[in-house]
Ligand binder design. Structure first.
Ligand code: BGC
Length: 250
């Protein structure tokens, strides 16, 4: 029987979870999604997390991996751009452990997605430096060097042209300002130019919900590295968090 872990993706709009088959990287059962409570305080989020996990009849030994939209150091949230600020300084691992009664490992959401793309998706078997960028409410980034994750790179908060990069180039900015694809792509181009100059990646993988419409904007980008859409699209956070949890508790 193949190994399973449970993946949870805590986002600004939804809290999603599914058990993951760690051999294939596919969901072992249909994903459950419940809207993120507002305000998204630790207490309110913990209650929804418990509801999501309780929908599955999981073996008590199955570890839970959490993808969380903040800098995570040793289980503790150190920032809160798109989640309630009460999370800053909160031990996310302890909160989810208390809510679910399980072994829990927490990582940044883009790091989880990036790791999944390396393990099962668009960056599988790619040597060297892979940069994975998720475009959603914010901009998340994952840097993977020869299959090793360098956590918490937070490129979405680079200051570019005097502003926080994600405030201009996230998918939420495209929606908020009703930008057409070429206009948004010019903003992305500026972001990726800076990222590329910093890190010289061998491959850039673009994820987040909008990556399912990749043909509308990726061909408009002109970068040194090849740019490809995430193979796991928006499921990558769940899959990567599950995978990293399993590795953590080995
Ligand atoms: C947060 C990152 C997160 C990204 C995507 C940013 O605003 O600072 O930690 O990975 O949004 O959710």
């Amino acid at each position: 029987m193949s190994a399973h872990a449970f993946g949870l993706d805590i986002g600004g709009s939804g809290i999603k979870g599914a058990p993951v088959d760690l051999v294939t990287g596919a969901f072992a059962a249909d994903r459950v999604r419940i809207a993120t409570p507002h305000p998204s305080t630790p207490e309110a989020v913990a209650a929804v997390v418990a509801q999501v996990v309780d929908r599955f009849a999981l073996d008590p030994q199955v570890p839970v991996g959490v993808a969380f939209p903040a800098v995570i150091r040793h289980g503790v949230a150190c920032s809160a751009a798109n989640i309630d600020t009460q999370w800053v300084g909160t031990d996310v691992e302890k909160v989810v452990e208390a809510a679910t009664g399980r072994r829990v490992h927490v990582v940044n959401d883009a790091d989880a997605a990036g790791y999944a793309e390396v393990a099962y998706g668009a960056a599988r078997d790619v040597p060297g430096v892979v940069l994975v960028v998720t475009l959603g409410t914010g901009i998340g980034s994952a840097l993977v060097v020869d299959q090793h994750l360098v956590p918490n790179t937070e490129l979405g908060h680079l200051e570019i042209d005097g502003v926080d990069a994600e405030s201009r180039a996230a998918d939420a900015a495209r929606e908020r300002e009703n930008l057409d694809w070429p206009t948004w792509a010019r903003r992305l181009q500026r972001f990726f130019d800076v990222a590329e100059r910093l890190l010289s990646p061998d491959l850039i993988v673009v994820g987040g919900g909008v990556s399912k419409k990749h043909e509308l904007f990726l061909p408009l980008l002109d970068l040194r590295a090849p740019v490809v859409p995430a193979a796991l699209r928006n499921d990558a956070g769940i899959v990567g968090a599950a995978n990293l949890a399993e590795a953590h508790f080995l």
